[in-house]
Design a protein around this ligand. Structure first.
Ligand code: AMP
Length: 217
């Protein structure tokens, strides 16, 4: 199976779609945000610095994220492809990633862009909660995405949490950063002929159907 890079504005549904893909194709879901949230809990200067950055929607350094990602994709479970959610975040990371792939003898795979209306994405932020254990994402403002039992993960029973950066103010910063730094990647990858656009405005089931049409059953 080819690796998949998901590109989309914050709260467009990357994490949700990545979880579907993980299940359907049995590929690891690599979320750099989740990896950083774990590191942010470490009682160290680095942990505190990461915590401050993610809570304020500021990118961590390219060097750090590239090193973390490299260690992850060198693991055996990534040998047959993986889903990247949250990386690359800018052109410098994409360039470093090309070199990394070449060094490791891996293929780029395909890039799926989830297109979503800004207002819709922002409206999802208020109700978004997630599982710190299995990373399942829920949304209390959407009937289709509510957990069966309030505050509890359907999948693993852990207590659901709200991300510190999921508030309106930080969202606007994250969105603007996405437009300025991340969206130029679409052009970068379009030049390589590996980009597919999917309409992310119609809910998670419909989005997933479209992605499967691209990747095959
Ligand atoms: P996410 O869960 O993808 O929304 O990421 C949450 C936060 O983690 C971002 O707002 C950044 O602060 C940080 N982060 C995640 N991925 C990256 C990356 N590839 N480069 C830099 N910072 C990142």
């Amino acid at each position: 199976m080819k690796s998949v890079i998901l590109i989309a504005a914050p709260a467009a549904g990357k994490g949700t779609e990545a979880a579907y893909l993980k299940e359907q194709y049995n590929m690891p879901h690599i979320s750099t945000g989740d990896m950083l949230r774990e590191k942010a809990q470490e009682d160290s200067d680095l942990g505190r610095d990461i915590n401050h950055k993610i809570n304020n929607g500021i990118f961590v350094s390219d060097e750090l994220i590239i090193e973390i990602l490299k260690q992850r994709i060198m693991q055996e479970d990534c040998n047959n492809g993986y889903i990247l959610d949250g990386f690359p975040r800018n052109v410098a990371q994409a360039e470093a990633y090309q070199d990394m792939l070449e060094e490791l003898g891996k293929d780029l795979g395909v890039v799926i862009v989830l297109d979503i209306d800004k207002k819709l994405a922002a409206s999802r932020i208020a109700g978004r909660i997630s599982c710190p254990e299995c990373k399942e994402v829920y949304n209390t403002s959407n009937e289709e995405m509510k957990p069966k039992e309030e505050g509890i993960c359907d999948k693993c029973g852990a207590k659901l949490v709200k991300r510190a950066d999921d508030n309106e103010e930080t969202y606007m910063d994250r969105y603007n950063t996405y437009m300025e730094k991340t969206s130029p990647l679409i052009d970068f990858y379009e030049k390589q002929g590996v980009v597919y656009h999917v309409d992310g405005n119609n809910g998670r089931e419909e989005t997933h159907k479209q992605v499967v049409k691209i990747l095959g059953e």
